[in-house]
Design a binder for this molecule. Sequence first.
Ligand SMILES: [Zn+2]
Length: 272
Amino acid sequence: VNETRYSRNELLFGARGQEQIRTTRVGVVGVGGLGAHVVQQLAYLGVTNFTLIDHDIVEASNLNRLIGAVQRDLGRPKVEVAQRLVEGVVEGAAVTVRQESITPDSASAIDDLDVLFGCVDRDLPRLILTELCARSQIPYFDLASDSGEVGGAWYGGRIVVARGEGCLHCLGMLDQEEIRRDSLEPEHLEAHDAIYGIEADALEAAGPAIVSVNGTVASLAVTLFMELITGLAPPPRCLIYRGEQRVLRTLADKPAADCFYCGLWASADHLV
Ligand SMILES: [Zn+2]
């Protein structure tokens, strides 16, 4: 048996599948608690071309879950920690880092990518990434972990794989009020809140965040990516993990018809 770095991968999806993974250009937006797991697993899986985007720096409260970060990384850009993670696994990896936020003008950041992962925690960047990917006609994996302790502890997450047959918008998974608030300039935000009030869940909340729950959601997403890229199986439009219920299921809901974003994807003829 010829043992190589990827020989155990290839026993599942073949040398051709491994080559498809190697040549897929992957972007990850948000390399915090969720995204760092994704980046690490993609590197081990054999992805060699990364674009990593995150404006944030490492803070003390991240160190319970930020894969690859050590104590002395406090204050360091998260993209640099993620880059080091990749380069430690994949010699000669092509890693582009952008320490910036996603805006509607970020199209150039995702140019030349084949797949994008969104591992962000606000719905405005989720919507922007949905539109950018739809316009670029590349698959968009949106990851979310969620947890809380109201009515007993609950924890889990979900992955939406958008590529023209359902997205965050037409599956009704975006909080329009949160998007509206986050879209406003600070001076308009004050006036908006004075008129409409503030919904508690529209505010930036620092809820529970657990390394193993993030790792589970990230592992599920990377497995769906592997299935899509190697041709093992088509991904579901949404996979849901409910940890406290011991449940993993696909979303039964059908997307709303005539989705603007899915329409942009549907005109593609070169989706993976
Ligand atoms: Zn849609």
